[in-house]
Design a protein around this ligand. Structure first.
Ligand SMILES: C=C(O[C@@H]1C=C(C(=O)O)C=C[C@H]1O)C(=O)O
Length: 365
């Protein structure tokens, strides 16, 4: 090693010792914070108070943002980091169980982790119907299921189950599906085999041919199974979402290796909560109209009359009678808004059946 390189190594070692010591302190302080959170939880439980206190959380964010002004930890980073820390502090006060369409590391799992800030007990279920059932019978507080993909369209099974279910939509979350190359290796040269779902391999074919021309490509049942395999095998990599890296402790060797296309999936959180208005909300209703000319038109007319934006309209067979359909409409606004309330009241007499499935904050893309 040249003298120069030796100097660089020593400088890095010295600085990294300081980083290690800071990480230890941060971790000890986080553990102390969670322990205090647990004590706060006990006080609240005795007093019959709710775990979530938004105004306290807001005042913490405001104080920290002001404290860090002009320093490297930005406003956005504070919201991101402390959002996770606060979710964990709430979680030790009252654990939430979240059923999702599994197995582990699927896009639905990632969407669930993202939506609940990684705090909670996440329970994989094999089918969308099983997720609904867990929440309906009360063994889980929430369920997370896919509802729409930007390339494939609606997930009909989710819509059909929602039609029959007593549960509400509490939130929606969107996930940009992108493909990354994940491995326990730290450089591309050490990768000799790449595992993934056939679709993900196909969508990354050009990048793989250019960057790993000699690697063997092996098809797996899912990108999650591929990531799990890559985590166990030296010289192996997986094409999967970057979040699978955190779940399986893998390195992201390359990001966004898909050849083209923007592929986004929208997920719903189902449960029993009635969500408060946020100022940027959507309301989902489901309704059935009579089988006569103009029925859908008169059903929807109040929306036009009241100038309410119809974000989405889908139809599905009711399966109770042939050629009978129910409609799913997403309206801009919250069920507590006077305008939305008025519109639904006016729609009701024009429909054979109508239910509000939930009002929730719109996801940002
Ligand atoms: C710890 C508390 O419970 C929750 C968690 C908070 C936090 O992590 O700082 C703040 C407010 C509450 O939503 C609290 O009420 O102080």
């Amino acid at each position: 090693m040249s003298e120069d390189m030796e100097g660089v190594r020593q400088a890095l070692d010295r600085l990294r010792i300081r980083i290690d010591s800071i990480d230890d302190t941060i971790l000890d302080l986080l553990n102390e914070r969670l322990e205090i959170g647990r004590e706060i939880g006990a006080v609240k439980e005795k007093a019959g108070l709710q775990v979530l206190d938004r105004s306290r959380e807001k005042s913490i964010f405001d104080r920290l943002v002001a404290r860090s002004e002009g320093r490297p930890v930005s406003d956005t980073l504070i919201h991101h980091l402390y959002g996770i820390v606060m979710a964990a502090t709430r979680e030790v006060q009252r654990s939430r169980t979240i059923a999702y369409l599994g197995p582990e590391a699927t896009n639905t799992h990632i969407a669930a982790l993202q939506q609940f800030d990684y705090a909670g007990q996440f329970v994989p279920r094999t089918t969308i119907a099983d997720v609904f059932e867990e929440v309906e019978k009360g063994s889980c507080d929430y369920g997370v299921v896919p509802v729409e993909n930007s390339l494939e369209g609606a997930v009909n099974h989710t819509l059909d189950l929602l039609f029959l279910s007593p549960l509400s939509i509490c939130a929606e979350t969107c996930l940009a599906i992108s493909h990354d190359l994940l491995s326990r290796e730290t450089d591309l040269a050490s990768v000799s085999v790449v595992y993934s779902h056939p679709q993900a391999l196909a969508q990354s074919r050009r990048w793989l041919a250019q960057n790993l021309p000699h690697a063997r490509l092996v098809e797996m049942a899912s990108t999650a199974a591929a990531a799990r395999k890559a985590a166990m095998e030296p010289g192996a990599a997986a094409v999967a979402g970057s979040q699978a890296a955190a779940i399986y402790n893998l390195q992201v060797l390359a990001s966004h290796i898909e050849d083209s296309g923007r592929n986004t999936t929208r997920f719903l959180v189902i449960g029993r909560d009635e969500t408060r208005p946020t100022g940027s909300d959507k309301t989902t209703i489901m309704f059935v109209t009579a089988h006569v000319p103009g029925a859908l038109f008169s059903g929807l007319k109040p929306l036009a009359d009241l100038n309410i934006n119809l974000v989405k309209l889908e139809s599905r067979p009711t399966r109770q009678e042939n050629w009978n359909y129910f409609f799913i409409a997403d309206l801009e606004g919250h069920r507590e808004d006077d305008l939305i309330r008025e519109a639904i009241d006016r729609m009701r007499p024009n429909c054979l059946f109508l239910k509000t499935v939930g009002s929730y904050a719109r996801c940002s893309f």
